[in-house]
Design a protein around this ligand. Structure first.
Ligand code: GH3
Ligand code: MG
Ligand code: MG
Length: 344
């Protein structure tokens, strides 16, 4: 066939052109876009020397860093305590030392502007904890390059933080409690409902919310609250059938327990067992032991009705209303509701 070869080669080339970017190229492009759309990093200019401060304010363009100035050490530290800045430019080794001494987890990039451009001064700045050091008579071009490096590091850290937060959200497992995530619940609970409806099986949903959790946080601290949450998910899970029932953390201190092949009466019994398991032994919260209770709301279905639209949503609403009832009636209790199909 005339022109046959050309057609094949063309097809190969076209296909190659359509092939999606490799993982690496894709990542590079994504990072580039993320960096491009970020606003300039916030920076603190802490210069005690007023003429130098004015010079620096003029030199750092607003598209490089979003700057705020402080005139002395106390003001600089106050500003920094009030709001974290990923970049700090300063002429004070004391400011460098004090910012580095903070026990906070996030550390800024610090550019120390030394009085003299000599190695002893540079060493003093770096020893105090600066990341980089320039003399105050640095050329405009060098200064811009060094601020550019600070900007790039601050931006990359922001991109990393955004990515980690997004990853956490995408995850099927909740970090703290090691049970299923809210996202997993949102996707898989409707599937469980559909499946049960298709085979006309039973299915129940139990919601559980820890009582007065805010008070625990307020009196023992957030870390103690986290400790309890960490033990809470596994404690629920231990009471359930392995590989069939599953637990998801759907809110701060709120959990959903999905129990397939479980009718109203059985679900009520499971919820009672869970309530007892929560209350009967104390939780370890930092170094203390703490008695905790939880309230439960059940929506039980002896036979999941078929052809109901948004059934999963309705089940969740019914269980939530039952949970609300448990709270209203004094907490540490189980309230159950049954959902029947039209013909039942
Ligand atoms: P109720 O008995 O009515 O449920 O009262 P509550 O205090 O448990 O409920 P409320 O909704 O008022 O407060 C829930 C608290 O849970 C507030 C929030 O700070 C805390 N919380 C949410 N997520 C977490 C977390 O991951 N760790 C910790 N330690 N606390 C959390
Ligand atoms: Mg609560
Ligand atoms: Mg709650």
């Amino acid at each position: 066939m005339p022109g046959g070869h050309t057609t094949v080669i063309q097809r190969v080339l076209e296909r190659r052109g359509q092939r999606p970017a490799s993982g690496d190229e894709g990542t590079t492009a994504t990072v580039a876009v993320m960096v491009r759309v970020l606003p300039p990093p916030k920076a603190l200019l802490a210069f005690e020397d007023a003429p130098l401060r004015a010079l620096m304010e003029g030199r750092v363009r607003p598209d490089m860093l979003d700057c705020e100035s402080a005139a002395d050490e106390a003001q600089a530290l106050r500003c920094f305590e009030a709001e974290f800045r990923p970049v700090v430019l300063t002429d004070s080794a004391e400011v460098v030392r004090k910012i580095r001494a903070r026990s906070a987890l996030r550390a800024p990039y610090i550019l120390y502007v030394a009085e003299l451009d000599d190695s002893a001064e540079r060493e003093a700045g770096l020893t105090a904890g600066a990341d980089d050091c320039v003399g105050r008579r640095v050329s405009e071009r060098e200064f811009e390059a060094r601020v550019g490096a600070a900007k790039r590091i601050a931006e990359l850290e922001t991109v990393l933080r955004i990515t980690l937060a997004e990853n956490r959200k995408l995850s099927a497992i909740d970090d703290l409690t090691r049970v299923a995530s809210r996202r997993f619940f949102g996707k898989h609970f409707p599937r469980e409902v559909e499946r049960a409806a298709r085979y006309a099986r039973s299915l129940s949903l139990i919601l559980c919310d820890i009582d007065n959790f805010k008070k625990i946080n307020d009196t023992l601290g957030h870390a103690a609250g986290d400790d309890i949450l960490r033990q809470f998910g596994p404690r629920l899970q231990r009471q359930l059938r392995k590989g069939i029932d599953w637990v998801a953390r759907i809110g701060g201190e709120e959990f959903a327990i999905v129990t397939p092949e479980t009718d109203y009466e059985s679900a009520l019994a499971v919820a009672r067992k869970l309530r007892a398991a929560v209350g009967e032994t104390a939780f370890r919260a930092t170094s203390k032991k703490l008695q905790v209770t939880a309230s439960f709301g059940v929506c039980g279905m002896d036979r999941v009705p078929v052809g109901e639209s948004r059934l999963a949503e309705r089940v969740l609403k019914i269980a939530d209303a039952a949970l609300y009832r448990s709270k209203k009636d004094g907490r540490n209790r189980v309230t159950a509701a049954i959902l029947k199909g039209r013909g039942d």
